[in-house]
Design a protein around this ligand. Structure first.
Ligand SMILES: C[S@@+](CC[C@H](N)C(=O)[O-])C[C@H]1O[C@@H](n2cnc3c(N)ncnc32)[C@H](O)[C@@H]1O
Length: 347
């Protein structure tokens, strides 16, 4: 069912009788309510509008007491249905911002259920949940832009990029992991004809300029760093693997080299994210996250947000839950339940 909604709404602007306007909008409200689709198609090629959004806007108009205010809301509604307002870093239409209620804007992320759809899986120990790149890519990239993930692992970022129509390069030190990831990701459909590049190498030294020139692009528009949380999980035997760093200093130096190699390839004013947690060892809370944040700040990036995300318990941790609770009570510390997502912008 196609609505000539805009005409009905616009004609109210010429009406100075508030009662009559409200009557028209009540009829409109009923007919929108009766529509079974969640998205309502407008005439004249405008993008479909979410039913919930429209109901909210009409209700707001119906609750208004003065003619001036009513017309203000009607004008705003017409604008949101007909005009697009976009920032330079994503495809969100700010005139319809109320429609994006699944996009998180608070700094506390409680994400309980892992998205296990398609080729996503929790089998790679130490991978992040797909909602992290999904949220970030929608906030910080536009369709067809290029993303860099220098710690590819099981390819969670690239799977999300493919689904969202963004191109991406993923770098992974372990050839075995890279090959498995490439095989797995290729099982998923690529309706947007996205380009995904799987590169085997050390992100601290790989020649990104030559990768960019092969791809015939100048830079990346977003970078997402999910390094090993130092030695919490050992990923390989390689000396270049950040999880094999002998000390915190060595880990930070290694991570700094990855930043030095990658950040120059990020477009100015664009964003980068680091996903990291702290660590507890030898009776001491090691603020790994804050050390890592310092490394990024030292390289001239601006901190835009510190997000705290709840940490999903791994099976191993779940079995030891009681033990950890006892240890915490006895040892005067708190059990880890969170990790960080730091958001930075290039000057
Ligand atoms: C925390 S995991 C990333 C997981 C990934 N976000 C996912 O969802 O699967 C870190 C990955 O970085 C890789 N790695 C470690 N040091 C590296 C380096 N110097 N260069 C490239 N990759 C490295 C590890 O092999 C591991 O797969």
């Amino acid at each position: 069912m196609k609505y000539d909604l805009l005409n009905i709404i616009s004609s109210s602007l010429d009406n100075s009788d508030l009662k009559e306007i409200k009557k028209n909008f009540s009829v409109l409200l009923d007919s929108v309510k009766k529509n079974n689709n969640s998205k309502i198609i407008l005439e004249n090629g405008h993008t479909p509008v979410l039913k919930e959004f429209l109901l909210g806007e009409i209700n707001q108009i119906l609750e208004t007491q003065t003619i001036e205010r009513t017309k203000y809301y009607i004008k705003r509604l017409i604008k949101s249905l007909t005009e697009t307002k976009q920032s330079k870093i994503n495809d969100l239409n700010l005139n319809r911002w109320k429609e994006y209620d699944d996009i998180i804007t608070d700094s506390l992320w409680i994400l309980n259920k892992r998205d296990n759809s398609g080729v996503h899986h929790a089998g790679y120990w130490g991978n992040f949940i797909p909602q992290i790149p999904n949220q970030l890519l929608r906030r910080y990239t536009k369709k067809a832009e290029w993303i860099l993930d220098p710690f590819l692992g099981s390819g969670t970022t690239l799977i999300e990029a493919q689904r969202l129509g963004r191109n991406a390069v993923g770098i992974e030190l372990s050839k075995k992991v890279l090959d498995q990831t490439k095989r797995n990701v290729s099982k998923e459909a690529n309706p947007n004809k996205v380009k995904l590049e799987f590169v085997n190498g050390d992100s601290a030294s790989i020649n990104l300029r030559s990768i960019l020139s092969t791809l015939q692009i100048k830079a990346f528009q977003f970078q997402i760093f999910h390094p090993p949380y130092w030695d919490i999980i050992k990923f390989s035997e390689s000396k270049s693997d950040l999880s094999n760093a002998k000390s915190i200093e060595e880990f930070l130096k290694g991570f700094g080299s990855v930043l030095d190699n990658c950040l120059p390839m990020l477009d100015k004013k664009r964003y980068a994210a680091v996903v990291i947690s702290d660590k507890y060892s030898g009776g001491e809370w090691i603020p790994l996250g804050f050390y890592v944040m310092q490394e990024v700040l030292k390289r001239g990036m601006i901190l835009k947000s510190t997000i705290v995300k709840n940490f999903d318990e791994t099976t191993a941790k779940r079995n030891q839950k009681e033990l950890w609770r006892y240890r915490a009570l006895a040892g005067g510390f708190y059990v880890f339940k969170h990790e960080y997502i730091f958001i930075f912008q290039k000057k």
